[in-house]
Design a protein around this ligand. Structure first.
Ligand code: GLN
Length: 490
C-alpha cells in the first residue's frame, strides 16, 4: 500500500494503526535478513505510538500520515533509538532528542519503525561504505541499491514500509530511488529543517522523502517542509498544499533537455528510457526545449572539492571526547604516555572507515593555506557558474530533465575498489545540491535485465510543486511505479 492508501485506511477505521504497524514489523522481520536495509528496528517505540493513535482516533482523523509506518535513515536523530550513521564511531550513540523531521512526522501521525542502513556518514554511492555491510537491491540481490540512502530506498522498493526518509548531499535520495525503482525528492536547500541530521556537507545537505508515487511525495513534503527555529538555514517561505498541484495537466509546461550533457557516458538503455519518458510528457502536452548547461561537466569535480572540505570540518567533532567511540590505550601505553593527541588519533584511526578517512584527508588538503585558492576557492567560483547556467535555463523552462544515474544498479563490489568510478556515478545529481535547487527522481522504465531506470527533473527554487505535478502526470500514463521486485513475487 502507498502512504496515501494506508493513511486513508487508518483514518476511516478500515485498519487500525497497530495492525498496520505489526504488519510492517512482520515484513521487516521476514525480508530484512536478505536485504540488510535496517540497522535498528524500533518495534517498541513503533507499537506504542500506534496504540496511542488507536486509543484516540478522533484526534488523528485529519492527520496527513495517520498510522503510516516510516523508515528513517540512520543519520537522522531519534530520541532513545540508536543513530549510527552506519559508522563504528556512532555504533552505540543514542540521541537525547528527535530531529525536527522525526517530530514532524510523528505529529502528523506517522510511525517510525526503524533506522535504515546507509553509506558511512552518507559518503558513497552504493551503500558499500556502511560499517554494517552492504544493502542488497530488491530487484537483484547481487547488486547495490545505490547510495547513500540505500536502506531507505530498498525498504520502500521491497514494500517493507510505504515511505522513508533519506538525506541528499550529492544525490543520496535520488540515485538510490532510481536504482530501486521508487520516487525520491530532494527539496530546495532550506525547504526542510536539518536539525538532528548528522552533518555531511552543510551547504549541500537536505532531507527528503522516498516513496512509491508523486502523490505520496507531495503528502510527505507537506509535513516535512517549513521554517524551524532550531535550524537557522531553514527557509521562511510559506508551504503550499503540494497535493493541490497534482492536476495531471502539463500543457504549457516547458521542459529543458541538456542534449550535449546526455551524450556522455550514459548507458544505452538508460538513454532510451529517458527519451521515451520525454516523448510521453510531450504527448501529454509539455513542450521540450533544448538547453545548454555548459559548466555541468565540472559539477562532479566541484562537488568532491566542496563536499570533502565541508565534511572534513563537520567530522572534526568525532574526537573520542564528546560522543561515540573512544579508543583505549593499547597494552604497552602507560597512562602517562597515552596523551590527548594519541587518544584523538587512535579514536579516529580505529572508528572511521576508509572512505571517510579519504574524504577527511582530501577536504583538509583543499582547505589548507597553500591550496585553498587553487582548489576550494576555484570550486566555489565554478559552483557559481553552474548556478548561473541553471538560472539562465529557468528563464526559458519550468523544469530540466535528464537521467538520475548514467547506469542502472551495478554489482556489489564492482566499483568499490576505484573511488573515481564511484564518484562519476554522481554526474547528474550533484548539480542540484551545488545550486540548492529541488530535484526528483521517478521510475521511467526497466532494462531488459529487469533493473529500474529513473528520470530526474530539476526545478526552480522552492518550486517543488511543478516537479510533483509533472511527475504525477507522467505516472498517470505509466505503470513503472506499481511493478513489484522479484523478492515479492513468490
Ligand atoms: N555520492 C555522493 C557522495 O558520496 C552523495 C552522497 C550524499 O548525497 N549523501 O558524496
Amino acid at each position: 500500500m502507498t502512504v496515501r492508501e494506508v493513511r486513508d485506511a487508518v483514518r476511516s477505521g478500515v485498519r487500525s494503526a497497530s495492525e498496520v504497524c505489526r504488519d510492517a514489523l512482520a515484513r521487516i522481520e521476514a525480508l530484512n535478513p536478505r536485504l540488510n536495509a535496517f540497522n535498528s528496528i524500533a518495534a517498541d517505540r513503533a507499537l506504542a505510538t500506534a496504540e496511542a493513535i488507536d486509543r484516540d482516533r478522533s484526534r488523528w482523523r485529519d492527520a496527513p500520515l495517520a498510522g503510516v509506518p516510516i523508515a528513517v535513515k540512520d543519520n537522522i536523530c531519534t530520541l532513545g533509538v540508536r543513530t549510527t550513521a552506519s559508522s563504528r564511531m556512532l555504533e552505540r550513540y543514542v540521541p537525547p532528542y528527535d530531529a525536527t523531521v522525526v517530530a514532524r512526522l510523528e505529529s502528523a501521525g506517522a510511525i517510525v519503525v526503524g533506522k535504515t542502513n546507509c553509506d558511512e556518514f552518507a559518503m558513497g554511492s552504493s551503500n558499500e561504505t556502511s560499517a554494517f555491510g552492504p544493502v542488497h537491491n530488491p530487484w537483484a540481490f547481487d547488486r547495490t541499491p545505490g547510495g547513500t540512502s540505500g536502506g531507505s530506498a530498498a525498504a520502500v522498493a521491497a514494500r517493507l514500509t510505504p515511505g522513508a526518509l533519506g538525506s541528499d548531499t550529492g544525490g543520496s535520495i535520488r540515485q538510490p530511488s532510481s536504482l530501486c525503482g521508487v520516487v525520491g525528492l530532494k527539496p530546495t536547500y532550506g525547504r526542510v529543517s536539518r536539525y538532528g541530521l548528522i552533518a555531511h556537507g552543510s551547504s549541500l545537505d537536505q532531507i527528503g522523502p522516498i516513496v512509491q508515487s508523486a502523490h505520496d511525495a507531495a503528502i510527505m513534503l507537506g509535513v516535512l517542509a517549513g521554517a524551524d527555529a532550531a535550524d537557522s538555514t531553514s527557509a521562511p517561505e510559506p508551504v503550499p498544499d503540494y497535493t493541490a498541484a497534482l492536476t495531471g495537466d502539463v500543457r504549457g509546461t516547458r521542459i529543458g533537455v541538456p542534449r550535449a550533457l546526455l551524450e556522455q557516458g550514459v548507458d544505452a538503455e538508460v538513454a532510451a528510457a529517458t527519451t521515451a519518458a520525454l516523448d510521453a510528457l510531450k504527448a501529454r502536452g509539455a513542450t521540450l526545449v533544448d538547453i545548454d548547461l555548459p559548466h555541468a561537466r565540472y559539477a562532479t569535480s566541484v562537488y568532491y572539492l566542496v563536499s570533502t572540505a565541508e565534511a572534513s570540518s563537520n567530522l572534526a567533532r568525532y574526537d573520542g571526547v564528546r560522543y561515540g567511540f573512544r579508543a583505549q590505550p593499547s597494552g604497552t601505553a602507560t597512562a602517562v604516555r597515552y596523551d590527548l593527541r594519541q587518544m584523538y588519533a587512535r579514536t579516529r584511526a580505529q572508528a572511521f572507515g576508509a572512505e571517510v578517512k579519504r574524504r577527511i584527508m582530501l577536504g583538509t588538503y583543499v582547505l589548507s593555506a597553500g591550496y585553498y585558492d587553487a582548489y576550494y576557492l576555484k570550486a566555489q567560483q565554478v559552483r557559481t557558474l553552474i548556478l548561473r547556467d541553471y538560472d539562465q535555463a529557468f528563464e526559458r523552462v519550468n523544469a530540466v530533465a535528464m537521467p538520475t544515474s548514467p547506469v542502472p544498479a551495478f554489482r556489489i563490489g564492482e566499483r568499490v575498489a576505484d573511488p573515481l568510478q564511484m564518484y562519476l556515478i554522481d554526474v547528474f545529481t550533484v548539480s542540484a545540491n551545488l545550486t540548492g535547487l529541488p530535484a526528483i527522481s521517478i521510475p521511467c522504465g526497466f532494462t531488459r535485465g529487469g533493473l529500474p531506470i529513473g528520470l530526474q527533473l530539476t526545478g526552480r527554487r522552492f518550486d517543488e510543486a511543478t516537479l510533483l505535478r509533472v511527475a504525477d502526470a507522467y505516472e498517470r500514463d505509466t505503470t513503472w511505479s506499481t511493478q513489484l521486485p522479484p523478492i515479492l513475487n513468490p
